[in-house]
Design a binder for this molecule. Sequence first.
Ligand code: TXA
Ligand code: MG
Length: 336
Amino acid sequence: MNHQTLMIEINPANPDNEVISRAAEVLRMGGLVAFPTETVYGLGADALNPEAVKKIFVAKGRPLDNPIIVHVAALEDLGVLTDDVLPESIPLMKRYWPGPLTLIFKKSDRVPAPVTGGQDTVAVRMPRNNIALALIRALGHPIAAPSANLSGRPSTTTGRHVLQDLDGKIDLILDGGPVEVGLESTVLDISRRPPVILRPGAITPEELEPLIGEVIIGTGEKTLRRSPGTSYRHYSPRARVTLVEEANPEAMTRLVEQRTRKGNKVGVVAHHAPSPQNNRVVVRLMPQELKAYARQMFAIMRELDELGVDEIIIEKVEEKGMGVAIMDRLRRAASR
Ligand code: TXA
Ligand code: MG
């Protein structure tokens, strides 16, 4: 597909009505519009238009069996997507919608097959971003939107990053500036006892448990087969990614020395800088606070790619709270 991709700036605090109407019209005509959510940028199509949804897979190079999250602006929008709102979901939606929590429901007949990769369930969330919400309202239908990146690459957290990956492949980018969270939503299957987290994300297990009791983090191929997006290499910069143990500056220094001695240009993403530095090492010091870490993580991987490093060496973070989701992304970025 060859498109002219237009990028328009829009203020998330007070989205311009005309810009929103224009974007909604593109969606109504079956086109693709990238827009910010609170987590990462999404690549949207009218969720009830199968031909439009198929274009998402082409633009991203996404495997057809990987289902797409559907975004709603109000609880009433759920009606067209499912006939089976599980009672367990009510307190979760009350507490976390709009917000970065995706829930899995049994799908209704009105959800086109391409959205769900042929499965009988549909993943739904309500984004916490005025641009996204206004766009869904203006279209009058829910919007199907995976992250707005080429399949396998780090998710996009600015309009410019969307343009890097999808220029010429989509119709419009609404550039609402950098996102708030920087890491994708938590995907939760509440149809099982105990509920299973299919993808760890911005809402932590500790935040879910007071509302629905024990949750388990899905591991193993069988559990995750229904969520194919979690089972292969993902979030990867072009540079090779190597993880090192946290708080072990000696190990980090040794590795950096070894790699640069071979002539490689290395990016280091860590809480502490390795000591001998030279012009073959680019260091990005990360904040201790994990929310701030998550906000920068994908942007830094893309920046280091742009700087042409051969390898990115990343210090692991503690797997607590948001650290669970961060380590999930880092491990996938490092897998080959
Ligand atoms: O924060 C987010 O969730 C972002 C923004 C744009 O909303 N979206 C996002 O979409 O990350 P995507 O397509 O990159 O990841 C969706 C994940 C994949 O792992 C996919 O397999 C899973 O959700 N998923 C979607 N529908 C599902 C379903 N019916 N059952 C199980 N897993 C599903
Ligand atoms: Mg994605």
